[in-house]
Design a protein around this ligand. Structure first.
Ligand SMILES: NC(=O)C1=CN([C@@H]2O[C@H](COP(=O)(O)OP(=O)(O)OC[C@H]3O[C@@H](n4cnc5c(N)ncnc54)[C@H](O)[C@@H]3O)[C@@H](O)[C@H]2O)C=CC1
Ligand SMILES: O=C(CO)COP(=O)(O)O
Length: 371
């Protein structure tokens, strides 16, 4: 069940936002979150690895490298040293790519007060361990309340101030049900909520993170099919089957179907699978059109989480003994050199099976009509 913020205005005004928040990651999404938090009235610091990015934010309220042409709210203070960025922060948003989250958390260990809540905004599953990002952070920063922010949120649109919504999830153990206004989750939601950004609260952290990591793999599949020349029917089928795969893994990891149907599941999946703005969709599209991987994005290094995470999802599914035909097809094309056209043809000629009757089934058992 998704939790609303306490609804009545008097209750809402009793939730204290965090005054000072630190955003770690000066890329497109980190900068967009900084802009949202600043519009919501917070004192905002941002850590950027790249000194030019930090200079641009400090000197001209722009991040031309990652969000070209988008003016940012005044007053975001950018740092290139992590200690400076987090010094007075009451809450932390971790917004670097998923493969860097463990290292970032390790670096933060000596710098943070144990009560400082941490929100992971990267979408991914750790290679080798199969851990969701919040679990990675919990291992490195024990004792902190760790949550995730995820949803249909293209950075440039959110930074421009287009109406955007997302889900903020914390483990149920950290949500104070009697006094929700004291929970870091509620305080963080109020800290980010502003005219253009609407955070929903959830206690299904596993579901939210699983959906966020897997939708990128499905988006690559949709891009590939579109690039090869197939159209709307094919893409819709991939989205629906991708959603079923997300549901399987979500339930296996203890998450819930309502999360799969929410902002971070259906919301983000439909956004990324249908838009060329998505880097994941766009990678698939270019590969489907026959471009070599090295030539995609004009040879520039671009964060495409679904590429790395196709492997993490594949390994996790094996451990969980789950069959994920769509995600597996992407994995085999990207990481085992399988032929793209043949792989998708094989996907469509699998034995016929029953569609899970309802999204509420626990773990569906495919029924082969060939047997
Ligand atoms: N861009 C978007 O629309 C959204 C992105 N996300 C997620 O946010 C995360 C970050 O992505 P973006 O900001 O889009 O990427 P980006 O490519 O725009 O920026 C990446 C940032 O991370 C830094 N970085 C790269 N490797 C690093 C490392 N090893 N250690 C520390 N810092 C490193 C870069 O210097 C850069 O500041 C990803 O997991 C992505 O899926 C989530 C929602 C929306
Ligand atoms: O996660 C995103 C939007 O919610 C961004 O998607 P891409 O990483 O595919 O660009």
């Amino acid at each position: 069940m998704q939790h609303e913020l306490p609804d009545a205005q008097d209750r809402r005004s009793s939730i204290r936002p965090y005054s000072r928040v630190a955003i770690l990651g000066g890329g497109s999404w980190g900068t967009a979150i900084a802009a949202i938090a600043r519009r919501a009235g917070r004192e905002v610091t941002i850590w950027a690895r790249d000194p030019d990015v930090a200079r641009g934010i400090n000197d001209s309220a722009r991040n031309e490298k990652y969000l070209p042409g988008i003016p940012l709210p005044e007053g975001i203070a950018a740092y290139t040293d992590l200690a400076g960025a987090v010094r007075d922060a009451e809450a932390i948003f971790l917004v670097t790519p998923s493969h860097s989250i463990r290292d970032m958390a390790r670096q933060l260990n000596p710098l943070l007060h144990r009560l400082t809540p941490i929100v992971v905004c990267a979408k991914g599953i750790e290679a080798d361990t199969g851990l969701l990002m919040s679990s990675v952070v919990e291992e490195e920063l024990p004792g902190h309340a760790v949550g995730a922010l995820s949803g249909p949120t293209f950075a440039a649109e959110a930074a421009r101030g287009d109406y955007t919504a997302a889900t903020l999830a914390f483990d149920f153990r950290t949500i104070d049900r009697i006094h929700p206004e004291h929970s870091p989750a509620a305080r963080l939601a109020v800290s980010l909520g502003c005219e253009s950004f609407r955070p929903y609260l959830s206690d299904d952290l596993a579901g939210l993170e699983t959906a966020g990591a897997m939708k990128n793999v499905v988006a690559i599949a949709c891009g590939m099919m579109t690039g090869v020349g197939f159209a709307e029917n094919t893409r819709a089928a991939l989205i629906a089957r991708g959603l079923a795969e997300i549901q399987l893994v979500t339930l296996a990891l203890g998450g819930r179907t309502d999360t799969v149907l929410g902002m971070g599941g259906v919301g983000d999946l439909t956004l990324t699978c249908n838009s060329r703005t998505s880097r994941n969709m766009s990678l698939g599209l270019q590969l489907g059109e026959g471009k070599a991987r090295a030539a995609c994005f004009d040879g520039k290094p671009v964060v495409v989480e679904g590429e790395r995470n196709a492997r993490s999802v594949h390994d996790l599914a094996r451990r969980l003994n789950l069959t994920l035909p769509v995600c597996d097809t992407v994995y085999r094309i990207l990481h085992e050199g399988a032929d793209l056209r043949e792989s998708f043809a094989a996907l469509w000629s699998r034995p016929l099976e029953a569609e899970p009757a309802a999204m509420s089934v626990e773990i569906p058992h495919p029924v082969s009509l060939e047997a």
